[in-house]
Design a protein around this ligand. Structure first.
Ligand SMILES: C[S@@+](CC[C@H](N)C(=O)[O-])C[C@H]1O[C@@H](n2cnc3c(N)ncnc32)[C@H](O)[C@@H]1O
Length: 257
């Protein structure tokens, strides 16, 4: 008999276009099993059938697949390196910068980039695209409304300057919001943009298999201009960067040769 989980993966790929084969299996299977058990289904296939009939359950399932935690200036020391060393070099040539925040979740990452450029490089022309596979997080990102927790690394001055506080929530200023184009994009299936100066892709590659990661690194390398930079998460070093035409520029920053 065909493995129940394998059959489930095939159904999910057909229905949602998400290829769970390319995500690390133990981790993913554990996440889905917890959810399935909570809903009272004994097999993956019966759970899948139920997902087809219940929109709320389907949305709970896709939310669970796509681990969405994020915050402004996540790992602040890395963002200091970005501000003090990486962006000044990228702007040297013509004071323009094209940035792609890939797997941007609810928008904290692209908004951090837009804030940084506005605060510290105000004369630069910026083009900023932010993408994610998950429609729910993208619509939250477009709203730009955050809890105190998401803003905990942001200096008080920036909070005051660029957010409107209503009750316990903070809404980002339109002057920052209008700089960003949000779009749906699946890193494992869609075609990649070209001519980027900076790609920020953090805290998603850890969920993928080595084979999927390799393909993504090649795609990122092709998407960057020469001397462009890939900024990865703090547990996501690339062990053989040369293979993808990258040099290590700073820890967690790779420069396209
Ligand atoms: C933990 S969040 C990372 C958010 C942000 N980059 C950060 O570091 O704070 C991971 C994001 O990856 C997205 N994701 C998962 N699989 C993806 C895929 N195949 N293509 C694009 N985004 C994906 C999820 O929807 C989620 O929003």
């Amino acid at each position: 008999m065909k493995d129940d989980y394998i059959e489930f993966i095939q159904h999910v790929k057909r229905k949602l276009g998400i290829d769970l084969y390319l995500y690390k299996e133990t981790q993913m299977k554990r996440r889905i099993t917890t959810l399935r058990n909570k809903r009272g289904y004994a097999s993956f296939v019966s759970y899948f059938e139920a997902l087809g009939k219940d929109r709320e359950m389907l949305s709970e399932f896709t939310d669970r697949l796509t681990i969405n935690v994020s915050e402004f200036y996540r790992n602040p020391k890395r963002w200091d390196v970005l501000k003090d060393s990486i962006i000044p070099k990228l702007l040297k040539k013509n004071n323009r910068i094209s940035i792609w925040s890939a797997a941007c979740s609810t928008g904290e990452e692209p908004y951090s980039l837009a804030l940084m450029i506005k605060e510290h490089f105000s004369t630069a022309t910026i083009q900023l695209m932010a993408t994610d596979i998950d429609d729910t997080v993208l619509s939250k990102a477009k709203q730009g409304i955050y809890t105190e927790q998401a803003l905990k690394e942001l200096p008080e001055t920036l909070k005051k300057k660029y957010f409107e506080k209503t009750g316990s929530l903070y809404k980002i200023d339109d002057s920052i919001r209008k700089n960003i184009t949000f779009k749906k994009h699946n890193l494992l299936a869609d075609s990649y943009p070209k001519n980027m100066d900076l790609i920020v892709c953090r805290n998603v590659l850890i969920y993928f298999t080595d084979q999927a990661k390799e393909e993504i690194y090649h795609n990122f390398s092709d998407a960057l201009k020469s001397d462009g930079i890939l900024f990865v998460g703090s547990t996501e070093q690339i062990f053989n960067p040369n293979k993808y035409d990258f040099n290590l520029a700073e820890t967690f920053f790779y420069q396209k040769m």
